[in-house]
Structures are given as C-alpha cells and as structure tokens.
Design a protein around this ligand. Structure first.
Ligand SMILES: [Zn+2]
Length: 436
C-alpha cells in the first residue's frame, strides 16, 4: 500500500470521533421526506444541508445550494481539479418516516450509541454514508494530499420519493467521470442495478346500462332503434392482465444479467381504477356505480428492466406487445389501449458499470484491504440515485456501510463498518483523482 493511502487511513483512524459525531448530529435533525409525512417539525432536510454546508466550507469546498422544491435544497461542494480524473461522492439527506414508534427501543432521532452502533432513523439510510463522504475528504485534506482530479460532494433531497433531487442535480450541475453513491451495501461493491419506470395503460370500452349487459354478451340482431352493445373495460382489463403476466414471464426468461437475480425484469400492476367516463385527471370519473358498464380502466405498472437494456428498446417492445394484444380483438383493434410512460415523472435509467471499471476495481481492492469482511461485487434489486448519474453519462457505483432496520424500526449503523467505509472511500478518492 502506498504511503499516501497509509497516511490518509491514519488520519481516518485518528479522527474516528469526527465521522461518528457528524453521523449522530445529522441523525438528530429529522429530515423525513414530506411526500410521506408533511410536518415542518420533522421535514428538516434544509437544516441537514446547512450543517453539511458548514462542514464542506470548512474543508475549502466551493459550495452551491438551491431549492429543488420550496425549502428543500440540494447541496454541492467542489474542490477544483482536472476533469479527466474527476469524482463525485453522493448521498441523500431525506429519510422515510419512523412508522410505529412503539416498536423502537430508542429515540428515532436520538443518535444514541449502543452495542457499537449509532441508532436512529436515517442512520444507515443514509446519513452514515453522507458523513463518511465528508470524513473521507477531510482525511485526504488532513493528510496533506493535493489531488489532481476534481472532487465533488453532492447531498440531495427527495431520494426516497422518486429521486427528484438527484434528477434535478444532474440536469443543472457540473458532473464528473465517476461517482460513488454511499448507500448501505454492507461493505459490498454494487456496480449494477436495473432501470425502472412507471407506466399507465388505459383501456377503453363502451359505456352502457348494466341492465342491457345481455346485449353485450349476446348481441341482439340489429333492429332500427335497438341499443348498441356496451363493451366492459374491466373485462378487457382482466384479459390484458393475463396477457401481461405471460409477457412479463417471457421478458424475465429472455433477459438476464450476471450480477442481479434472474427474473428481475418484473412488471407489477400496482394500481387499478375502473369506472365510467374519462375524468379530467386521466382516471375514471365515476367509480361508485355498478349499474354502469364501465368504459375506462387505468392500470399503473411498476416496470423494471435489466441493467443492460436500453429504455428505447424496452418502450418499443412493450408498445409492440400492446399492439398485438389489441389486434386480437375486434373492438380493441379500433380502440387500442393508451400508454403513458414515466407516470408522475418517475424514470430511473439503468446502471451497468463494468466490473473492470477503475472505480469498481479501486473500491474492491481497498475494501479487501480495509474491511474485516471481504467485499462481494453484486447488483442491486431496487433503484437508487446512482440511476440518475448513470443516465447522465457518469460511471457510478454504490458502496456504503453495514447496519440494520432501514425503512423499518430500530435503524442503526455499525460504527466499525462506518470507519471502514470512510477509509475505503478516502482511498478511492486518491486512486481515482490521483495526486498533484
Ligand atoms: Zn437510501
């Protein structure tokens, strides 16, 4: 190991209390995402950012801050350097709600230390990761290392409710060649995750009186003045869901990636609404009257795709499936289902960073040296802000500490793992940015 890395790791060890103290301090500032639970007393992302901005300024970072939503700011800090060897460290400052507080054995916003762990909402997801990024830069500075490449630290809002903080940041900020997202990975290296979008499929029928349903099932010989048959959109939707399940299965069988579980390309029907008449918001206007043959069904899908798939191909394949499904029915041929992609703006591009990318290799080598438990290189089943960096052309990888209870009760981060994470990220800064 080089003298530079040894010096930086010594700085991390001598400065253990800093990363532990910063983690505890920001756990004590409740920053629950207001989209889950709106209450100004606990929606304090801005106060976390103010605290972090102070730390970054003290370390000589050039700081920028702007509101993504009212009083919900993103924060960036940057040390100048070459673009060629530039690196971003990123974390989110929002947390999910506490949930049932009676299940917690500690104050969810206490930041207590017990059993070698820091306890509280956001401890592992992901205030410890954010603190490790800041502490890693501080160790580099303390060891007197001058970097060649530009180093940036990004702390973003709103990861837990769609990643709109990171989505906004990648549109407006200078980016870098590679990025480490310090979400909890239990010391493992995560270079791949699938893409995700939400899709609304709207199925159209023909509204009619339910008393004349017989005329829909056994249409009567046409006579002048007789009712034309209704078409029940709920029944069409049932057929659609059966066909969708087969399509999903065939996609899962046809697409695989070595780092993620087989069958990850799922299409989850998450919300379904059926009724009569199209409302102004694109959902059925009447949903309380069973005496109507319904003409509108909307089905909202959580549509996942594989790390190696391109969104344009995914779209084309699904639209082709819908086209063929509709072509099998005389009514739907003339009244095909409508497809709305990126419902509510939700779209996570896939991340497919190669295992031999320098940033992955650096983290793997340094984690092997620094951690009690050897790292594994693996994919991630859900989505993170890494997606938005990947979509903007950055080479991201996810790496962070070990803990427990994320999105559950009794959330905590292991302090030894937090120190290891700080060391590994500090070494990855040196490897990636180089020394001037
Ligand atoms: Zn997280």
């Amino acid at each position: 190991m080089s003298d530079t890395i040894s010096a930086v790791w010594k700085a991390v060890e001598e400065d253990r209390d800093y990363v532990v103290g910063l983690t505890r301090d920001i756990v004590r500032i409740p920053s629950v995402n207001p989209k889950f639970q709106a209450d100004p007393a606990i929606n304090r992302e801005a106060d976390v950012q103010t605290r972090l901005a102070g730390e970054l300024e003290a370390l000589g970072f050039g700081v920028d801050r702007w509101d993504v939503f009212p009083d919900r700011p993103n924060l960036t800090g940057e040390w100048a350097g070459s673009d060629e060897r530039s690196l971003i460290l990123c974390g989110h400052v929002d947390v999910v709600p506490v949930g049932d507080q009676s299940k917690w054995n500690c104050d969810p916003f206490g930041g207590d230390i017990k059993d070698g762990r820091i306890w509280g909402r956001g401890a592992i997801d992901m205030k410890a990761g954010v603190a490790a990024c800041v502490a890693a830069a501080r160790a580099v500075r303390k060891a007197g290392v001058k970097l060649d490449g530009r180093l940036a630290i990004h702390t973003v809002v709103d990861e837990e409710a769609g990643g709109f903080g990171a989505m906004d940041l990648v549109k407006r900020s200078r980016l870098a060649k590679s990025a480490i997202i310090a979400e909890p990975t239990w010391g493992n290296i995560v270079p791949a995750e699938g893409g995700l979008t939400w899709v609304r499929v709207t199925i159209f029928g023909k509204q009619a009186h339910a008393g004349w349903r017989f005329n829909s099932i056994w249409p009567q010989p046409h006579v002048e003045g007789r009712l034309t048959p209704g078409v029940n959109a709920i029944e069409l939707a049932t057929r659609f869901l059966m066909a969708l399940r087969d399509f999903e299965t065939s996609r899962c069988r046809a697409n695989w990636h070595p780092l993620v579980p087989a069958g990850l390309a799922t299409i989850n029907p998450g919300v379904i609404r059926g009724g009569a008449g199209m409302g102004p918001d694109g959902t059925p206007a009447i949903m309380t009257n069973a005496a109507i043959i319904p003409d509108i069904v909307t089905i909202d899908l959580d549509y996942k795709f594989m790390p190696q798939e391109k969104f344009e191909d995914v779209k084309a394949e699904f639209e082709n499936f819908i086209h063929h499904f509709a072509a099998s029915d005389a009514w739907m041929r003339d009244h095909p289902p409508a497809i709305e992609w990126d419902l509510f703006g939700l779209n996570f591009p896939p991340m497919n960073t190669p295992v031999d990318a320098p940033i992955v290799q650096s983290l793997n080598r340094r984690a092997t040296q620094a951690q009690a438990k050897a790292p594994v290189i693996k994919g991630f089943e859900a989505v993170t802000d890494a997606a938005h960096y990947a979509g903007a052309g950055v080479v991201p990888v996810i790496y962070g500490p070990a803990g427990d209870g994320f999105h559950g009760d009794n959330e905590c981060v292991e302090i030894d793992s937090l120190i290891e994470t700080t060391k590994v990220i500090a070494a990855a800064i040196i490897d990636t940015c180089g020394t001037a």
